[in-house]
Ligand binder design. Structure first.
Ligand SMILES: NC(=O)c1ccc[n+]([C@@H]2O[C@H](COP(=O)([O-])OP(=O)(O)OC[C@H]3O[C@@H](n4cnc5c(N)ncnc54)[C@H](OP(=O)(O)O)[C@@H]3O)[C@@H](O)[C@H]2O)c1
Length: 312
């Protein structure tokens, strides 16, 4: 079983440098994926209420913990508060719902999923009579106070943000009592947003790289979109190292000091994605992959275009 290295966060705790993504890992599939991932060596799981599968992930974790092969303190469980629950008084009850689903007493990390608030409602995408997404006037700076409170109460061992652009990080940092430990953003060889990485480095915030393999399963993909895992430069480097393009891509992100969270529900690929700690990319290879950046953002969250806190 692969032993995953740890990275220290700005509040002193450690987090495994790779985690399993769970978006589009549907109920009926995610139970097995989580168990396979634990057997392969994954300890870090990226969840969110939005993904609609926290109950089944909770069952998988519960059953593994009951078997006694792993202990709760070995796991690093992340979840996120969705945009419809950003109002400060909703943060704690929303986190508690996630804890109930995941069958846990505490999280290891809780993130604000986006800097944007949507109308407080039972719907994740509340629409008005005109069919348009209803925004909330909540400010992420105020939501953060509630995040600090759930941290103080011990409901989560760390708090962080996701999809905050450099200006939003700077603005938030002027008001915080407790710093975010991570900013979870889209990063892969076709999107290496240097200014986003730099602002996080300045504030000692670790960058978690979502869609690290290029998010091929996204429903809005078209057949002409360039695919990271089929890039000829990455294919050539993979051949040299006798690794797959996914392994080279994940290794590249880890060598940049980032924490990728690839999603897979396939036992072979879950295992493959962890086998990245037995080789190293040279500085020339790192530069070749860096040069592939072409500002391709797969997750634009276009539904929220026009929101005053839209980050892109
Ligand atoms: N904070 C946010 O706003 C946000 C946004 C998007 C995603 N995320 C998080 O980031 C995670 C990862 O992002 P993502 O799901 O968009 O995309 P991704 O991890 O870049 O790609 C997932 C796709 O790659 C396939 N795959 C996995 N390993 C592979 C391998 N070794 N070789 C070939 N194909 C492979 C998967 O299929 P199989 O399952 O069939 O292997 C799946 O179709 C999400 O699951 C979620 O947890 C967060």
């Amino acid at each position: 079983m692969v032993q995953v290295p740890l990275i220290q966060l700005n509040n002193g705790i450690t987090m495994p440098v790779i985690g399993l993504g769970t978006w589009r890992a549907p109920p009926g599939e995610v139970y097995k994926a989580v168990q396979d991932a634990i057997d392969s060596g994954f300890r870090h799981f990226d969840c969110a209420m939005l993904y609609g599968n926290e109950d089944e992930i909770g069952q998988a974790l519960h059953d593994k913990l009951k078997q006694g092969t792993i202990k709760r303190e070995d796991l690093f469980i992340v979840s996120k508060v969705w945009c419809n629950s950003m109002r400060p008084d909703l943060v704690e009850p929303t986190l508690k719902k996630t804890l109930k689903s995941l069958r846990l007493d505490y999280l290891d990390q809780y993130l604000t999923h986006w800097p944007m608030g949507f109308q407080e409602s039972d719907s994740f995408y509340p629409l008005g009579e005109d069919g348009k997404l209803q925004h909330s006037d909540v400010d992420y700076v105020d939501s953060w106070k509630a995040m600090e409170e759930v941290y103080r109460k011990g409901l989560t061992r760390s708090i962080g943000i996701s999809n905050y652009n450099p200006a939003q990080v700077q603005r938030l940092m002027k008001t915080v009592s407790i710093k975010p430990v991570v900013n979870q953003i889209e990063v892969h060889p076709y999107l290496i947003p240097q200014d986003w990485l730099d602002v996080c480095k300045t504030h000692d915030i670790v960058v978690v790289a979502y869609s690290p393999l290029g998010s091929n399963d996204r429903p809005w993909a078209t057949k002409d979109d360039p695919r990271v895992l089929e890039d000829p430069v990455i294919m050539a480097i993979a051949k040299k190292h006798k690794k797959t393009t996914a392994q080279v891509t994940l290794r590249f992100l880890v060598q940049l000091g980032l924490v990728p969270i690839p999603k897979s529900s396939n036992p072979k690929r879950i295992k493959e994605n962890l086998e990245i700690f037995d080789f190293e990319l040279t500085s020339e290879e790192m530069s070749e992959i860096r040069a592939l950046h072409r500002n391709i953002r797969y997750h634009k969250h276009v539904e929220a275009l026009g929101h005053r806190h839209y980050p892109f």
